[in-house]
Design a protein around this ligand. Sequence first.
Ligand code: F58
Length: 849
Amino acid sequence: QEKWPKGDEKSWKAALRGVTTESPEISKSIVNHVQTSLARAPYNIDDFGAYQAAALSVRDNLIVNWNSTQLEYSRKSPKRAYYLSLEFLMGRTLSNALLNLGVLDNYSSSLSSLGFSLEDILVQERDAALGNGGLGRLAACYLDSSATQELPVWGYGLRYKYGIFQQLIKADDGTQLEAPDPWLDHQNPWELPRLDVTYEVRFYGNAQRWDEGTGRATWSGGQEVLAVAYDVMIPGYGTKNTNNLRLWESKPKRGFDLQSFNAGNYERSVESSNSAAAITSVLYPNDHTSFGKELRLKQQYFWTAASLADMLRRFKHLEKPISQFAEYNAIQLNDTHPTLAIVELMRILVDEEEVPWDGAWTIVTNTFFFTNHTVLPEALEKWSVPLLEHLLPRHLQIIFDIVSHPAIIRESSLFLQSVEKKFPGDREKLSRLSLIEEGFPKQVRMANLAVVGSRRVNGVAELHSDLVQKNLFPDFVEFYGKSKFGNVTNGITPRRWLDQCNPSLSALITETLKIERNVWLKDLYKLEGLLAHVNDSEFQARWAAVKHQNKERLALFVERQLGIKIDASALFDVQIKRLHEYKRQTLNILGVIHRYLLIKSLKPEERKKVVKKVVFFAGKAAPACTLFKMSTLLPLTIRLIVNVARVINADPDTNQYLSLFFLPDYSVSLAEILIPASDISQHISTAGTEASGTSNMKFCLNGGLLVGTVDGANIEIAEEVGEDNVFFFGHLTPDVEDLRYQHTYHPIPVEEKSPALAHVLNTVSSGIFGGDGVYEPLLNTVRQGDFYILTDDFDSYIRALEMVDEAYSDRTEWIKKSIRTSAKMGKFSSDRAIQDYAQEYWNIESVKL
Ligand code: F58
């Protein structure tokens, strides 16, 4: 229980008078905020109040920098880039802002003079969790890197009232429950409401063409919703440059619908205002599935329309001809979610700016860039034509015009006709290239639209970008040529994912490299300097001590959460990511059971030789009711993990050698504790399915080693750190299709393919982990069909884990591997990735203040 008030009255009074010895200005500003913004008496405040006051004080600094940055952008009018993302998974802000502003120590001492510890204050903040996983966290890392490199980049997203759901694990049976995440309930000091920056966004109504010749139309009627801007300040590291993330909130245009009200229908008059507010009420918790809900389409249009209107307004201040729009603006589409922006810009240019169709199309196709984040077919967005026609009638017309309107588009840019010209008679190719998929109903393929409407298209790791070209869009590659397609391997910000989450390692690196922290944190290739110290035994010992300290921090956290003690000298093995069939958490848990059965079968004397191991899982599963049938298996995987943990952790024969934890409610903040503490982490997707992965980079940066498949960015990590420092296993991408074919037409029983796996499956079926047969559907996906090839990879997976044990037994060699891995992570800084985008895609330059 927290005791408060903390500190003593004397020091608070001194702070108020500005006469404290350390950082008097900071102390004074904190105390001032307690008295004014929080309207509380000084010396009468708990940790949360102290967090609020400290945050408001930091915010004051950010606002000053934000203002100068935006002023400078307006003065210099550089080309800008806009990152359109439905998700920004920001996590906490206070510690990040303190580090980026370089005032962490000052705030720490100020707070301590007022009786508070910074550590206790930082954990008061709720995560801003406006994202599902990798795609949303990537957006957050890119904002950090853009600001750090002084690039004029803004993010645009939605201000969801509820972020990703809070995950609870039911105590009796281990099932996942979802609770809402009302993250704004305690106010958000990091945003600036811009109640004056608003746009009207239309839905439904009628689209009336003027005449067939111009392609212009008028769109009227329907529902109008107000978009209100909230600005989130994004400080760069070691620079005053502070960029902006603009999030839109939906609001009814009027408090209620006056017409219905006057007609005596009060209920209806409020209904329409509720439906307006609903647009930004909740983040869709679907991960890698697209399921065509009207509200999701509304979110997408609302956000792209408001963002484009805002960009256009800014562009108009430059007083340049509209034909130069693409010379001043680059727009990055984070997956297909913002693809309607392509259509919306066409609408604005053609209908409102009166630009002729061809000219408008030239502007559009020079403005947009499109990043694909997955090759899984179920994730490729499609919207039904009737739904689009109902919600966005004008946009559907434009989509059809882009496809084929002969009177409007001259032959040269007539998409389907030129396809016909290039590949005469190839009906199938034509239908694959088409933006419209035939069927009942017809569907618009958003990925095809994004490719057609963008200047360049990229994937997020070498292998993935290759698959994007070969499997996803081969006909487009043939049509446009290879140069339209590229690769930008993902990156992570070393500020949050090393300096902030692992301060001891950061300090050791700075001391060892003998260069300032702010130098290597901005040029991560400098980490290679650590290689010169690999054989220095004192350095090795300190490196190992840092890891151990982080493991103890995690152990303490788990003990507080779950009440179980953990041995920090054991090998910590971590898999944390969204639950998904393709990520194969099931393979991991089956592997854990295999290890358990093996240890159990040993004589007590032999057991002592086993490498002690603690396995951690964390991750949310998309709520079952919103998904296709198959995916109800994901909560079942969690259930299996939780119940296996229960048995294993309670088994006195084995629990000193193997224990297992499922940590509920995975979040950015939880990752910040787990990642620095891992010896091994698992990135074990079926080859060819994980576009990149980004947590793999975070683990390696913190000196953890990988067990992984030859997939996504694992491959490039191994290229950098050397294959002898990565534990690879499993079949390669080209094998996967053949194996699936085999599973369907020439299945081999599991007993034959992998007796070890068969034994594990039978043990689960036998009921020793309880469940009364509930796991059968999950086990059957492995026994039959086995789409994600667990049966083919199991033995090789187990061998890889044995190699880990062996390697871990030689602790000195292990530490060397850990150092070498960290040292070679330069490529995976998001600074490098953002430079790639800035130079090869957006063509923007940094702006010095
Ligand atoms: C992820 N995608 C990829 N999508 O799976 C991962 O390999 C990659 O590293 C990361 O993007 C960044 O490029 C991903 O997170 C989603 O969460 C979408 C949310 C909305 C629905 C569709 C999936």
